[in-house]
Design a protein around this ligand. Structure first.
Ligand code: XMP
Length: 524
């Protein structure tokens, strides 16, 4: 299943020029309950004509419109009769393409500014005459194209907002999509509703209904396998596909021995007992640990785990036919929208730096499955919303990310059952205390790492020489950058005391105060 550009629904296309905020624009439009889709800047006007978006937004981007090789649009998009909103680079492009003038400023305008607006413009309907806005641009428009007039000005720029209201083509020099432009959401809402005439149709309820129908169409009476990890994406995919096709879905859950404490039981309880989803648990703990014995290199650990997973999964899929006969032609995956956006490789575009090692690849190619990917249109928070609507509990839909290689990358150096026990017990304490204090759902991740370090301590009258746990609690928007969380000392104290008292073999706890970059979130 792919996101369908010919969706009959009202939708907005965002042409991406490599701004770090492109996905934020798409999110903002969807928050207006209108479907949005990100396409590469070089998308042909004919493609857009065929998919009939109600509006086109040209994103910002790191380039200067006059730079050699600067990204351009197919100029025929200006003649489609579809409203256009250029943001920052997008605005400069509109100005230059339509005969205006853009010049390099001596200095980049960066940061907060005050915008005076023409309140008669549809874009500023319901907004005050002056707004706080966020700027980040080098070039600026010095002469507007024919037919355009200024709809907003700042101290530095008489052309901070421009528009040709006859053709519904607009440009904003600032970024309406970022939180630093507090009323920006309303500007985008005005564009989407008042200028483009969109109706709000994009709700997670309507998504579920439409997607169930699509799944039924795609699968027919075929059978689907899904690798359930217990994480948010595969859990929501399972619940959604089950709603669509019931027992035609079978989930495979692999216990690799590197999971959080009680994970297998919790997943079985929810999916088997509560949702009555067909599920097969494969206990492969011994097999994984045997393959990992003595391995210390983090990359080798990841590779071994990835390869072993494929082997175990393939065998389980073959075996399925014995317990649940039928032809399994489809493999379901919880792929999300950020994974399928074709990122623009313009230098300086962090969105292009997508990590590949996080996804278990190789399964579909080897097993000749047809993919079912019902979440590939969605952003993470939309997936969570869908999960809640489907009746998944908060503990699942708001769950913190957990790496595929699991606790293996949280025991530094070689793995032993004893070390896994320590890190798993410490992890349980961290989760319990973070939940009890209300911090678990406020942070991106909070977990324990077992260090290959022993240090001296005292316990009663005895000298101890035991292991160290590092506590990692970070905040992040997408895992690409992160900062350590300034949690209250009392919480750190409670966690530390409990770990040292309750986890045999640990006599010291440290708090990791490194940000990403340069450190990563996981220690391996
Ligand atoms: P790093 O450690 O690279 O992690 O800063 C960024 C985010 O990705 C998660 N992570 C993984 N997720 N498979 C996954 O599914 C992996 O191999 C993997 N390694 C790291 C990490 O927990 C953090 O949220």
């Amino acid at each position: 299943m792919s996101s369908s550009p010919s969706s009959p629904e009202d939708h907005i296309v965002i042409l991406d020029f490599g701004s770090q905020y492109t996905q934020v624009i798409a999110r903002r439009v969807r928050e207006c309950r209108v479907y949005s889709e990100i396409l590469p800047f070089r998308t042909k006007a004919s493609v857009l004509r065929a998919s009939r978006p109600k509006g086109i937004i040209l994103s910002g981007g790191p380039a200067s419109v006059y730079a050699k090789g600067a990204p351009k649009v197919d100029k025929a998009i200006y003649d489609l009769g579809i409203p256009i909103l250029g943001i920052c680079y997008g605005m400069q492009l509109v100005s230059r393409d339509l005969g205006g003038n853009v010049e390099r400023s001596e200095r980049r305008e960066y940061g907060a500014g005050r915008l005076k607006v023409d309140r008669r413009s549809d874009l500023f309907h319901g907004l005050p005459a002056e707004l706080d806005v966020w700027n980040s641009h080098g070039d600026k428009v010095t002469k507007m194209p024919k037919g355009f007039r200024a709809l907003g000005t700042t101290e530095n720029s008489p052309h901070a907002v421009i528009g040709d209201t006859r053709r519904d083509i607009y440009g904003l020099q600032f970024h309406p999509e970022v939180a630093h432009t507090p009323r920006g959401r309303e500007i985008l809402e005005n564009f989407v509703y008042r200028v483009c005439g969109c109706q709000s149709q994009w709700t997670m309820g309507s998504f579920i209904e439409k997607t169930c129908e699509q799944i039924r169409q795609q699968v027919g009476d075929g059978k689907v396998i899904l690798g359930l990890s217990g994480g948010v994406d595969s859990s929501v995919a399972a619940a959604l596909i089950h709603k669509a096709i019931g027992d035609q879905l079978t989930c495979i859950f692999v216990n690799n021995g590197l999971l959080r404490a009680n994970e297998t039981a919790a997943v079985e309880k929810l999916f088997k007992d509560h949702f009555h989803i067909r599920m097969k648990t494969v206990d492969a703990e011994k097999q994984f640990l045997a393959r990992l014995k003595g391995v210390t290199d983090p990359e080798r650990k990841r590779k071994i785990i990835g390869n072993e997973f494929i082997k175990v999964f393939e065998a389980a899929a073959r075996d399925l036919k014995k317990s649940f006969p039928g032809r399994y032609r489809f493999l379901a995956q919880g792929t999300l929208y950020p994974d399928v956006i074709e990122s623009v490789s313009i230098s300086g575009n962090p969105a292009a730096l997508i990590k590949s090692h996080h996804n278990v690849g190789g399964l579909p190619e080897r097993m000749k499955f047809e993919l079912v990917e019902p979440l590939r249109q969605l952003f993470k928070d939309e997936v969570r919303e869908v999960g809640s609507e489907l009746g998944l509990p908060k503990e699942v839909v708001q769950r913190q990310p957990f790496p595929g290689p699991g606790l293996a990358v949280r025991v530094l150096g070689d793995l032993t059952p004893e070390k896994l026990r320590m890190v798993s017990e410490a992890d349980t304490i961290v989760i319990e205390e973070m939940k009890a204090s209300g911090w678990y759902y406020k942070v991106w991740q909070s977990f324990a790492v077992l260090l290959p370090v022993q240090s001296v301590g005292v316990m009663g009258d005895e000298r101890t020489y035991e292991k160290t746990i590092a506590l990692r609690i970070v905040e992040s928007r997408d895992g690409m950058t992160a900062d350590w969380v300034r949690v209250p000392y009392d919480i750190l104290a409670k966690i530390s005391t409990r770990i040292i008292n309750e986890v045999n073999g640990v006599n010291r706890v440290c708090y990791d105060i490194s940000s990403k970059p340069p450190a990563t979130i996981e220690w391996e």
